[in-house]
Design a protein around this ligand. Structure first.
Ligand code: ZN
Length: 496
């Protein structure tokens, strides 16, 4: 008997059994990227973490609606309430339309996430497409007395809200501490308290991204989009809200306050947060010059990198740690991940082709399979502990390799071995998404197969002394950038 899924709920600070409000349906909202630059390792960790949640819930039979937003307006520099919009700034520097910046980086984000074998979300709403809803929720908050208008901008009234609700319950902060810790900020003159945050901002004359509203021509605050888009697509109360730990405060804390203030119900049942990635023990930040973009990992084109890494090696590296632990990147760690990943891939390839003098069914093998099956389920059910799941896959791969090289004495029956292979594939490919069904890899595999066919045709043409066909295959491949190298063990090929 395997266990039931438990997840660590940030808001209750404990592991709880996961029970959706309306099984088999699960609503999951994850804060996506602000698309003003390329995705880095931190983006990869968050996307992979919630891709695993999405995959595992589906594996358990749930029907998941996975919403992940694209922030394309209202996210100001330094995550502040004033200053330039991150996207507008990029547009100004590059002399582009803001929406050109958005499209460009959104496409690149998708390319990187596809390469990492992340499923696309069920719905991917953009903040700029939900201005009307953001205005409506702001009106709602004004009507409920949790917001006020000041000089054409609208702010959430944190003190008013705190009189009847606990602002800070997600991050474990106390309103008194927040009040005494808040420091002077430019633009605070409009706010009643420094803790208040913008729901709507009046645009300064030079601000390009602006929309009409009852209060001013302006733009929404950063936090309101997620309250609006989650409730629009998942309802006022939904099952899972995810994001990086860096979004816990103030972003997610503000989301709760807005949603409760506007809709009168707790928006989220389970809050899940993934931890950060450090680089050689240091926080990654643009200002420290130590951020590595994902496409640089894939190409190796960054002085901090010793080599290029396959996107699935990056995925494997991230999954080797539990999502709530910190994870330190180094070349050594990635090279070790590459070796480990390759060992598991080899085991799958061996398993799919292994042929032995099979035994008949035995209780010993049946127990072994049952134990692995429980171990894998228990690991994933324990707050999606992918590190433990991978450890069991390594055990299974040793058994498979032992059978192949004759060192393993416990020989299974053919059907038992098929069960072992199926179990391995279910977790390696379906749950962890580490299989070669990954987008880019699939075409690489097809290319390999196609080249095998062509080389075989060429070799038989040669045997039949049909040298003109053999040469035509070689020359036409050369023309499209594939070189055939004839050797004493047959021909090999490479892409130029
Ligand atoms: Zn968000």
């Amino acid at each position: 008997m395997s266990s039931k899924l438990h997840v660590y709920n940030t808001i209750t600070r404990k592991k709880e059994e996961f029970v959706p409000a309306n099984p088999p349906f699960v609503g999951m909202y994850v804060c996506g990227p602000t698309v003003y630059g390329d995705a880095h390792l931190g983006h990869a960790r968050s996307a992979i973490t919630f891709d695993i949640v999405f995959r595992y819930l589906k594996h358990l039979g749930f029907k998941v609606r996975y919403v992940r937003n694209i922030t394309d307006v209202g996210h100001l520099e330094n995550d502040a309430d004033h200053g330039e919009d991150k996207i507008a700034k990029k547009a100004r520097l590059e002399q582009l339309e803001p929406m050109e910046v958005v499209q460009y980086y959104k496409d690149r984000y998708h390319k990187d996430m596809d390469a990492l074998n992340n499923n696309r979300p069920s719905i991917e709403p953009q903040a700029s497409g939900h201005i009307i809803e953001q205005i409506a929720m702001t009106e709602n908050l004004l009507a409920n007395g949790f917001a006020y208008v000041s000089n054409g901008s609208v702010y959430f009234d944190v003190e008013k809200y705190s009189a009847s609700h606990h602002y800070g319950k997600l991050s474990g902060r106390k309103i008194e501490d927040l009040q005494s810790n808040s420091r002077d900020l430019e633009g605070q003159g409009e706010k009643r308290s420094q803790l208040d945050f913008a729901l709507w901002k009046k645009a300064s004359p030079e601000h390009i991204m602006r929309w009409p509203s009852p209060w001013s021509d302006g733009f929404p605050g950063w936090h309101i989009e997620c309250s609006v888009m989650s409730s629009k697509y998942l309802g006022n109360s939904f099952d899972i809200h995810g994001g990086g730990l860096d979004l816990l405060f103030p972003h997610h804390e503000c989301e709760i306050a807005q949603s409760v203030g506007a809709n009168g119900v707790e928006p989220v049942r389970y809050w899940l947060h993934n931890n950060m990635i450090t680089l050689n023990g240091q926080k990654m930040a643009k200002s420290l010059g130590n951020t590595i973009m994902l496409h640089e990992f894939f190409s190796g084109n960054n002085t901090l990198l010793e080599q290029a890494y396959d996107p699935l090696t990056i995925r494997f590296f991230i999954l080797q740690a539990h999502y709530r632990s910190t994870l330190d990147f180094s070349n050594e760690a990635l090279i070790a991940a590459q070796k480990g990943y390759s060992k598991l891939k080899t085991a799958i390839a061996v398993a799919k082709e292994l042929s032995l003098n099979w035994n008949s069914d035995s209780l010993e093998v049946a127990n072994k399979i049952a134990a692995w099956s429980d171990e894998l389920a228990d690991a994933m059910n324990d707050d999606m502990n992918t590190a433990l799941t991978i450890a069991t896959l390594f055990e299974m791969s040793s058994y498979i390799n032992g059978l192949k090289n004759g060192q393993e004495k416990l020989i299974p029956s053919k059907s038992e071995f098929e069960q072992i292979t199926q179990l391995f594939v279910a977790y390696f490919e379906e749950v962890l998404g580490l299989g070669s069904e990954a987008n880019g890899n699939q075409s690489a595999e097809i290319l390999n197969d196609v080249m095998d066919v062509l080389l075989e045709l060429r070799s038989s043409a040669k045997q039949n002394k049909d040298y003109s066909t053999a040469d035509a295959i070689r020359d036409k491949l050369k023309a499209i950038g594939v070189t055939i190298m004839d050797g004493k063990d047959g021909a090999d090929w490479q892409v130029d």
